[in-house]
Design a protein around this ligand. Structure first.
Ligand code: ACM
Length: 667
């Protein structure tokens, strides 16, 4: 391997210096920066002022101290109440129970002598500590936090992440690390998607056949559930369980075929999509079962909300069952929507009896549904608005489907309440917030974290920060820097991916594959689901497409570079440098990948990337001569189209990046 290679790898990943506080994410509501600094030295200390006790704050401070010590390599001390002159003092008025209307605000004041973090609640302290850690800067003599005053609070009360542990089971340590990252990004709802066609993931002591026969042994014991709930609670995160009903229920039927609308036997589903098994809403025994089981689950999950799914019921088993058809006639239920609505109302009554508020996907919005039910919009924002207009509270996930490999900016710009929203002030109050959804058909315990981070931080900011933050170039600048804080908080998204790349590389230098993956992304939308052979839960998710990031490093870098676009005289230099790097690496990629059976299918992509880079050099030449026009743009677009052919479910990103660069040069 020659030296030029290492130099170009370095150039590819390095980027310009930026003040640490400009890079905060989620960005605070108000921030004033002073001239001075608080320097972090050996013996940096912190203490809690006041008599209110909070296990959350105690643990958060220990965790904060550990992170500061690791990052700065300075020794951290705890002080007793009586000791003078702490580096950081923390004070708050009350310890609270988590709910969907808590005060998470905080105030942070830093001057050269010390730092004060104050909040009304202990949760506010947790949020403030995450801002503080991201504010640590470094210069040639050491580490510091700039003099500043921050006042901050949440824009939306519900800032969630759904994790699907059914299509692929996620072990406890993975979930805890995801919770660490959520806490770092000030997210506060862990939506735990726990039952599906592919698995029933929670131990039931009353109906053990649910988890023993419905999970291949991959389920959470009740003690493990309590452990996760407690872990999340200490980080200020609520746990909302989802048990999808009446569809998406094949795994229930394996042990309990009597719940279904057609005779069994049933097997755990190995493929992905929408399947026929559906609960029978016409039998009293179904509700007897659910009464007992919901009571058991309601005790296990302390949050006020209980998500019943309710999506994608294809109704086939209902259509084919004469006794269900007769029931519908007898009860004047006109269609399957009406029958599902009948079922939902029964579920609502059971949940209410158990002190729970029902939540479900937007299909459940049907006439007569109690307005205490929360509608979770996934098919379109219009359902969320409709729900709010009809008096329902609502949470947005449409536009936050992070499994679909859209750029982070796509999610970032998706505001639950944009300025042109159709709702009245009263209706707007019913929009609780949003949730990113990590569906796991194509996600393993190994790569789930790199699918989530750093991109979910874009959604976290949308839901926490003032609505006017919409600069996507600046977003990428900040996402680029967030990895180190997420890692410091516990996330394995970088190290797991490094291992995937090393494993895939076999005999070749992993930097070679890594530098190639900088330029490719998995296909967007649902295209990967259409590939052959069809994906199943048995497909190993260990190919290059599984290691490729959903926002490729080069796409984050190029979009971040646009933050300074044209402010610099020589703004094209960096782009040209990257294209030259691609052109220099292409023969190395080709030579090395052709020796590897795991990688040789990538060869056509290298050719496309090389072609696109050559076209890019021509585009830059034309920009340098100031010859851009719309006709030329159309020409470049056409030339680049031929380089966009996907291989092995991967696509090169350079054509899109080049066109974005060209368009920007015309502005
Ligand atoms: C869903 O994505 N079916 C809620």
């Amino acid at each position: 391997m020659n030296r030029i290679y290492y130099l170009i790898i370095f150039l590819l990943i390095s980027s310009p210096f930026q003040a640490q506080t400009d890079l905060l994410i989620p960005y605070p509501h108000s921030i004033e920066i002073g001239e001075g600094q608080f320097r972090i030295k050996d013996g940096f200390s912190f203490k809690i002022i006041g008599s209110v006790k909070s296990e959350r704050v105690n643990q958060a401070l220990v965790n904060f101290g550990k992170r500061v010590a690791w990052y700065t390599t300075r020794r951290i001390d705890w002080l007793d109440m009586e000791d003078e002159g702490a580096g950081l003092t923390v004070s708050f008025n009350q310890t609270i129970q988590l709910s969907d209307h808590i005060d998470e605000s905080y105030m942070l004041e830093v001057n050269h002598a010390g730092m004060n973090l104050t909040a009304n609640t202990d949760i506010g302290i947790l949020r403030g500590l995450e801002t503080l850690i991201q504010s640590i800067g470094q210069d040639e003599t050491g580490f510091f936090i700039p003099e500043m005053k921050i006042q901050d609070h949440a824009r939306f009360a519900w800032r969630g992440l759904l994790v699907d542990v059914c299509r692929h089971f996620m072990p406890l340590d993975v979930l805890k690390r995801i919770l660490d990252g959520m806490a770092h990004c000030k997210m506060n709802v862990f939506h735990w998607h726990l039952s599906e066609d592919q698995g029933f993931r929670v131990e039931s002591k009353l109906f053990p056949k649910l988890h023993t026969l419905g999970s291949d042994g991959m389920y959470y014991t009740q003690d493990q559930v309590r452990d996760i709930v407690q872990y999340a609670n200490l980080k200020g995160i609520r746990v909302v369980p989802e048990f999808d009903m009446p569809g998406h229920t094949t795994a229930w039927m394996v042990g309990h075929p009597e719940l279904a609308s057609a005779p069994g036997p049933y097997k755990i589903e190995r493929y992905f999509g929408v399947f026929d098994p559906t609960m029978d809403p016409t039998k009293k025994s179904t509700y007897k079962f659910l009464e007992k089981w919901i009571k058991e689950m309601a005790e296990l999950f302390p949050d006020a909300y209980f998500h019943i799914g309710g999506d994608e019921n294809n109704g086939k088993q209902w259509d084919d069952n004469p006794s269900i058809q007769a029931f519908m006639k007898r009860n004047k239920l006109q269609d399957n929507h009406a029958l599902q609505n009948f079922f939902n109302q029964k579920l609502h009554a059971i949940l209410k009896k158990n002190g729970k508020q029902m939540m479900g996907w937007d299909e459940i919005l049907q006439p007569g549904l109690d307005t205490s039910v929360v509608i979770h919009s996934w098919r379109g924002k219009e359902y969320m608005y409709l729900a709010a207009q009809k008096g329902y509270r609502s949470v947005l996930s449409n536009g936050y489907y992070i499994d679909l490999s859209y750029p982070a900016a796509h999610h970032y710009l998706n505001d639950p309440l944009p300025s042109d929203n159709p709702l009245s002030i009263e209706e707007q109050k019913r929009i609780l917030g949003g949730e990113a959804t990590m569906w796991s058909e194509l996600v393993s315990p190994e790569n789930i974290e790199s699918r989530i981070w750093p991109r979910v931080a874009a959604i976290a900011e949308r839901l926490w920060s003032p609505a006017h933050h919409r600069d996507t170039d600046n977003l990428y600048l900040r996402l680029q820097k967030l990895d180190k804080w997420l890692e410091l908080s516990g996330s394995h998204h970088v190290r797991n991916r490094d291992y995937m790349i090393r494993r895939l590389s076999g005999e070749i230098n992993p930097n070679i594959l890594s530098s190639f993956l900088d330029w490719v992304e998995p296909l967007e939308g649902y295209k990967r689901h259409g590939s052959t052979p069809r994906y199943s839960s048995k497909t190993p998710l260990s190919r290059p497409v599984d290691a490729a990031l959903l926002d490729a490093p080069a796409s984050i870098k190029w979009r971040a570079m646009r933050a300074e676009f044209k402010q610099k005289e020589d703004w094209l230099v960096e782009y040209k440098k990257d294209l030259q790097i691609v052109l220099q690496l292409a023969p190395i990629w080709s030579r090395e990948f052709s020796t590897s059976s795991a990688l040789n299918q990538l060869l056509p992509l290298i050719e496309h990337l090389n072609d696109a880079a050559m076209i890019g050099m021509m585009m830059i030449e034309s920009i340098e001569k100031n010859k851009q026009n719309m006709q030329q743009l159309a020409g470049w677009k056409q030339m680049l189209t031929s380089t966009k052919r996907a291989t092995d479910e991967l696509e090169i990103i350079l054509p899109d990046l080049l066109l974005e660069m060209y368009v920007r040069s015309m502005e």
